[in-house]
Design a protein around this ligand. Sequence first.
Ligand code: HEM
Length: 492
Amino acid sequence: MVFILLLFVTFCALALLSWLSLMLDKRRTNVKGPTPYPLIGNGHLLAVDSAEFLRVLKRLETEYDGSAFIHLFSARYVLTSNPKLIEGILTSNELNDKGTSYNFIRPWLGDGLLTSTGPKWKAHRKFLTPAFHFNILQNFVPVFCKSAAVLRHKLRHQADGSPVDLFPLLALAALDSVTESIMGVSVNAQSDSESEFVKAVDVMSSIASMRMRNPFVQPDAVFNLLPYKTQQDKALEILHGTTRKVIKARKEELRKAEISDLGPNAETGIKNKHAFLDLLLLAEVDGKKISDDNVREEVDTFMFEGHDTTTSGMTYCIYILSYHEDIQEKILAEQKSIFGDIFERDPTYSDLQEMKYLDLVIKESLRLFPSVPLIERGVSKDVDVAGLRLLKGTSVVIDLFNMQRNPDLYEDPLEFRPERFESRTRNPFHWLPFSAGARNCIGQKFATLEMKVIISDVVKNFKILPLGEEPVLAADLILRSKNGVKVKLQPR
Ligand code: HEM
């Protein structure tokens, strides 16, 4: 009895101490937020399902003037859709590190370009940037056209007015595009409609994002006891197994072609068609070849970032077009003006530059449905940004999704109006699907080309009709949907 009483008193004392410390911490910043509970802080607020999460963020951000300071247990977080704070963070040289949430994708992506920080990130970013130069990217257009042709063929079988769930179909097309282009290896994912890789990406993304939101499953000691750990291990086996196969296949091709370095002029490497993986396998950084582990981390990173993001981008664009026959007609008119009588031919790089209206459509679609709805930055010392004090150790969750739907920045924000991007006076920091600053998306041009090829092909070949079922949007690393993203198709 005395023992229980002692335990109870100790628990109450700890709870009181933790609460006082959280309250004192709150007073050190001018970013407002809800009152924390003892021990858990505000952890209970975010331990919600991924579909609810975007709504919770919106509610907190609205209630606290665009930015809310919270604690997940004792860890500091700022949730923000305040455009001035976001611009200040993304343009700061001091705030380039990723927030703590990225730890949950490290078992998968290691320290690749997305997750690494400091000198390693700087060296790899500098080294890989030329692989995304337009000289290289234009070689990939035929690869995207090939993916579009296989997709078209598959969609023809479903273009009978029945529901077509876009995400899984486009994921395979995007996977084919990224592996055959930057990796130089064909996996023919579209012919294998049950791609284990795509399913494993889905499992890993939802587990990682669940841990990002829910502080109760963040400690490894707790997570490792839960069934999620076994699911994660199984998914990782598939994901890492696939990337190992891709690396092995490319190494084998280089060996057969007797290519063992980039030649006397390092430029040759970036001019060759399979630039990205060849660079990783053949080039030297600081006089040393890149280690196998580092190659694998980058291949994992680019296989994920290079297909799941464009899948989401293309999926929601085609979905939203289903409600706008007039906009489909305008895209079609632009296609006719570019292709004239030879309407069926594949687009070239310069045709894609001509698709100005489609550009606006993709921009507006990525505003409403940013493929990466949330990003995070870590604060390594106390700093003032846009009049707000960010404390050392804070992870700032940058809510691109809600910022891009803010009525103060966009008139009638939920309306799909590509023409709003015709204006050249728009603040570029109000449209950030590819982020901005030093850690912006390295694959932006690649993504735009691929999306233009595939979306224009779909519009040229099918009338996209609404099914009337709204997707339940979920922030699972990538913007996904709980109930699929469905349309109906009719051959043109
Ligand atoms: C619609 C398509 C895409 C969107 C919306 C998108 C969006 C983003 C965003 C928001 C970031 C910043 C992430 C952060 O700060 O945590 C990012 C980074 C990155 N993206 Fe993309 N992305 C797309 C396509 C691609 C493609 C096609 C590739 C590669 C082929 C790619 C590779 C990367 C990499 C490696 C990074 C990390 C860059 C760094 O930190 O230096 N992305 N992307």
